[in-house]
Design a protein around this ligand. Structure first.
Ligand SMILES: C[S@@+](CC[C@H](N)C(=O)[O-])C[C@H]1O[C@@H](n2cnc3c(N)ncnc32)[C@H](O)[C@@H]1O
Length: 373
């Protein structure tokens, strides 16, 4: 029975592979590798060795974790040196622990070779120290999923579970829902003006970094066309990039995503009118220059009957869903958001809009004899 080596490949730059990882790859009989492993590393593997690409790319049905564990156990039965090569560090959001447990249960010998996680390596190449005296004395690694939580979780996350505002937060796998992640962090207690960056293809020659604030980063990342792999960094340490920037990023790419200092933006674009229920619809006509949003299909229908075509009809009035949808249409910061409702409510939405730099103006109607308040 051979040994399985769970080897961290590092974040991308092949030079960041450990000496031990390098030696094991050169002597491997079989290598099982992920999508995020730099293919240049495979050149170290003897041509006689078997290669298994088990990377799961979005939209592709690939080998599942159980089959993968089975493959490792099977290979250990007939090969001496099986290298399981994983992006970054095997034990950081890489399911390396699950593979180690499966090998333990199967009685297969294994060793773990740590790698440079992208949560440290990509930041270092972007000139962002993970911690820095006086700016950040702690760091938190989270995935986008953990920030967003699943339905049924507590509605107001504690700041502690989303990192500490006096520390650095690194968010893995959060790019596709960056708007929601940023909004949720603000709701969880982070200041919307906190410097934030997104690093794409960290440590590769094609690395790109876009800088902004928690408020502006999602739009800037979108404008720059940032794609995966990418991770987001939130915290005061992002400011240091301006002075510690040592790794040359692709000048072509930078032209299309000019780095912008994390400063508040001038308000531009349109104000908003948000109808949160059907009752307020008859009592208020939105300004023609405003973007109009309706919460609920019925509300949207009523508006249409009165000749006001909503720009968007939302199914959910959940504050994060509302704000995320608004920010996908245009900026909210610096803008007036007129919230029209039959009865006063949505305190959390009002609070969140204020935190994001908007001016919520509530028009609540208490019935025929009451006045707008
Ligand atoms: C499944 S996790 C694996 C993390 C890996 N074990 C590590 O330690 O870096 C994949 C996520 O890591 C981040 N990531 C990995 N390599 C990256 C890179 N070179 N640049 C930016 N982000 C990277 C991205 O957020 C990506 O979606």
């Amino acid at each position: 029975m051979g040994t399985v080596y769970l080897v961290g490949a590092g974040p991308g730059d092949p030079e960041l592979l450990t000496v031990r990882g390098h030696r094991l790859l050169k002597g491997a009989d079989a290598v099982v590798y992920d999508a995020l492993v730099n293919r240049e590393l495979l050149e170290l593997v003897p041509t006689s060795a078997e290669r298994f690409d088990v990377g799961r790319r979005k939209g592709e049905k690939r080998i599942d974790q159980e089959q993968l564990n089975g493959l490792l156990i099977h290979l250990a039965g007939s090969r001496d040196g099986v290298v399981r090569l994983k992006g970054g560090d095997p034990f950081v959001f890489g399911r390396g622990g699950e593979e180690a447990l499966a090998l333990t249960d199967a009685g297969v010998d294994y060793e773990v070779v740590p790698g440079v996680t992208s949560g440290i390596g990509a930041l270092a190449y972007a000139g962002i120290p993970l911690t820095h005296r006086g700016l950040a004395s702690s760091a938190t690694f989270l995935t986008g999923h953990q920030v967003l939580r699943e339905p049924g979780d507590s509605p107001t996350p504690s700041t502690g579970s989303l990192g500490r505002p006096d520390g650095t937060l690194v968010v893995f796998m959060g790019l596709s829902r960056l708007d929601e992640v940023a909004t949720e962090l603000v709701r969880g207690g982070w200041n919307p003006g906190t410097p934030a960056a997104i690093i794409e293809w960290g440590t590769y020659r094609r690395q790109r970094t876009v800088v902004g604030t928690l408020l502006t980063l999602p739009a800037r990342a979108r404008a720059a066309g940032i794609s995966r792999p990418a991770l987001a960094v939130v915290g005061e340490v992002v400011r240091l990039r301006r002075r510690i920037r040592w790794f040359p990023e692709d000048p072509e790419a930078e032209r299309s995503s000019p780095e912008v200092a994390p400063e508040p933006e001038e308000a531009s674009g349109m104000d908003w009118t948000l109808f949160t229920d059907t009752e307020g619809v008859r009592s208020h006509a939105p300004a023609p220059t405003n973007r109009v949003l309706a919460v609920g299909v019925d509300t949207g229908e009523r508006l249409r009957e009165l000749g006001h075509e909503p720009d968007l009809t939302l199914r959910s009035g959940h504050p994060v869903a509302v704000v995320t949808a608004m920010r996908a249409l245009g900026p909210v910061e610096g803008h007036t958001v007129t919230i029209v409702q039959g009865k006063p409510g949505q305190e959390e939405l009002v609070q969140l809009l204020r935190t994001l730099g908007a001016r919520p103006l509530r028009l609540a109607y208490g019935g025929v004899t009451s006045k707008w308040v």
